[in-house]
Design a protein around this ligand. Structure first.
Ligand code: FES
Length: 77
């Protein structure tokens, strides 16, 4: 799981990059775009959409904040 904070809104993605399994949660986040640290594939963390190929969309999960906790909805996994 990879969790991102974009201006105070939290977004969760499958943290395993679909290219070769890199750790998306360790990627650099620029605004809402994360760059995989292994080979540079980029995804919009709000939608999971790959930035070059419309055919690739990383799974996303709903989040909600309760106090200091961020909950991720894993239903459907
Ligand atoms: S493993 Fe993520 S870009 Fe290659």
């Amino acid at each position: 799981m990879a969790l991102f904070n974009v201006g105070g809104a939290f977004y969760a993605l499958d943290g395993i990059c679909p290219h070769q399994g890199g750790p998306l949660g360790q990627g650099c986040l620029t605004e809402a775009i994360v760059t995989c640290p292994w080979h540079g594939w980029q995804f919009d963390v709000r939608t999971g959409q790959h930035q070059l190929s419309k055919a690739i969309r990383q799974p996303t999960f709903a989040t909600r904040v309760e106090g200091d906790a961020v909950w991720i909805d894993l239903e459907g996994i």
